[in-house]
Write a protein that binds this ligand. Sequence first.
Ligand code: ASP
Length: 322
Amino acid sequence: MTAEAAILPFPHRHLLGIEGLSPLEIGHLLDQSETYVEVNRQAEKAKSSLLGRTIVNLFFENSTRTRTSFELAAKRLEGDVINMSVATSSVKKGETLIDTAMTLNAMHPDVLVVRHPDSGAVKLLSEKVNCAVINAGDGSHEHPTQALLDALTIRRRKGRIAGLTIAICGDIVHSRVARSNIHLLTTMGARVRIVAPRTLLPTAADRFGVEVFTDMREGLDGCDIIMMLRLQTERMHGNFFPSIREYFKFFGLDYEKVALAKPDALIMHPGPMNRGVEIDSDVADDFGRSAIREQVEMGVAVRMAVLQILAANLPSTDPRNL
Ligand code: ASP
């Protein structure tokens, strides 16, 4: 780390994950995001902190909200954005990734926002390019901006994160959202529970610094936040539960299960939702208790903050760029 970087509140070139970030660094990202929430609620939203910067959204895996959210965030900061959806070749995935990265790198982008179906692929790519890289989701590894937007939503609704009991429920084993949230929420002092059928729990789940439950009635008991996860069938090879009907009965969030949490417990879901699978439609749309739409709103503010902070950290001239 250079002497200049040492005094930066977020002294990193990339945002590849939440793991390893300090409470101060996470707090700084959340504070900066907070400033954009109000900006986004005004008719005049544009700020020029990315003027002259080029942001490339490079998505090797489908996405609706994350890609749109990054695009909107960059545009609101007057950056130039291009979206690239790259169809993956299952045979030469590694080669395609690096080739694409090197090609883009030669065009001197400032920030690459990358989603890839393989865990670790975004880090690999970040080692090959000169610009800042943001992980927009790599396999079942991390999705740092999702965890930040979840934390911002929680902090705004509950006034704090430390001391809250947060139950993350459902398909934990395949979920990058769960992993990033576990890192963030435990780092910020929350008590985290993971609740899932045994088949959807990661091996050595107890080493994550969380409490592990296989029964929703116990896992939701007295919690402040219920965070539901999508069943990620695209990552499942084999049968992980007997049927959707049975899954919903035992692990789907309905009002009966909501009643086990605190009366003011907040309901969250990163989207896209499988209504009637992991969450009952009425519960998802219960605007008194569900923060699902607010999560989407916070996503834009968080991505504005992350883009702005990483762009500001870039050296004005990178000697390797010459
Ligand atoms: N949108 C989130 C992700 O990309 C959650 C999900 O897909 O279930 O990981």
